[in-house]
Design a protein around this ligand. Sequence first.
Ligand SMILES: NC(=O)C1=CN([C@@H]2O[C@H](COP(=O)(O)OP(=O)(O)OC[C@H]3O[C@@H](n4cnc5c(N)ncnc54)[C@H](O)[C@@H]3O)[C@@H](O)[C@H]2O)C=CC1
Ligand SMILES: O=C(O)C1=N[C@H](C(=O)O)C[C@H](O)C1
Length: 250
Amino acid sequence: MVNIIITAPRGHMDGLIVKAACERDDIRIAGGLGPAGRDYIGKDIGLAAGLGREIGALVYDDLTKIIDQCDLVVDFSRVELSMEVLEICKKYKKGFLCGTTGFTPQQEEELLAAGKEIPMMKAANTSFVVNVMRKLLGIAANALGDKAKIEILDLHSQDKLDAPSGTALELAEEMAERSGKPMDSIAFHSVRAGDTPSSHKVFFGCMGEMMEISHHAYNWECYARGACDAAVYMAGHGVGLYTMEDVIGL
Ligand SMILES: NC(=O)C1=CN([C@@H]2O[C@H](COP(=O)(O)OP(=O)(O)OC[C@H]3O[C@@H](n4cnc5c(N)ncnc54)[C@H](O)[C@@H]3O)[C@@H](O)[C@H]2O)C=CC1
Ligand SMILES: O=C(O)C1=N[C@H](C(=O)O)C[C@H](O)C1
């Protein structure tokens, strides 16, 4: 059993994580964290997340008031909040599962370095299927080498703050690493329109032929399920830097 705190339960992702966690018997939600002044501070996280029922855990506006009650914090929110949560997790020696995207390279480094102090995972995409796709892309990029020009298109909702998506960057890193080609040989394109949950298309443009590998999420539940699997995985492991590849066992 892993005890988790979920930040931003009114947010799109964290609300779904509350719901997904409540459907499992290997996760206990110890509490939530919301921005000061919101009407759901001090209220049950089940109500704050829109479950329509209480689950026996409250939302606080100060993480330090409840951090002792958890094994790890699950945070899919905003860069600023995630960096604050990171510091508190390090101070209290708690695990940190960070699904937020849009960090600067320096912030990324800080997040990854935390793996030397606490159980740490920074995953731009917690979908099982996207992580299988990532593996396939590495194989394809390595096999095609200079025969293919790689371009990535990501489509997301018009509310998304970052572009390219965190997933597009992680997919590109995998392909660059596996093929030995530089990151800047890969081109990125982003569409932010309507309420598209998320699509990623990777084009391998060759002479006289084109290969495409795509993933489409029709809702965000795949990410919430994956976040719960990652939380349970991390609880069974000590200090270290973990990835979704570890969770999935690829
Ligand atoms: N790793 C993954 O698989 C996925 C990652 N994401 C990422 O998760 C992040 C959140 O996405 P959404 O849920 O769609 O955004 P959202 O805008 O629906 O939710 C963000 C929440 O953070 C809250 N927040 C901001 N500052 C806060 C503070 N100081 N204290 C407490 N709460 C605060 C806001 O009130 C809001 O409820 C984005 O970076 C997105 O890219 C989204 C989907 C999947
Ligand atoms: O909808 C989002 O926002 C998503 N963000 C992540 C990203 O930046 O890659 C994961 C997924 O694409 C959904």
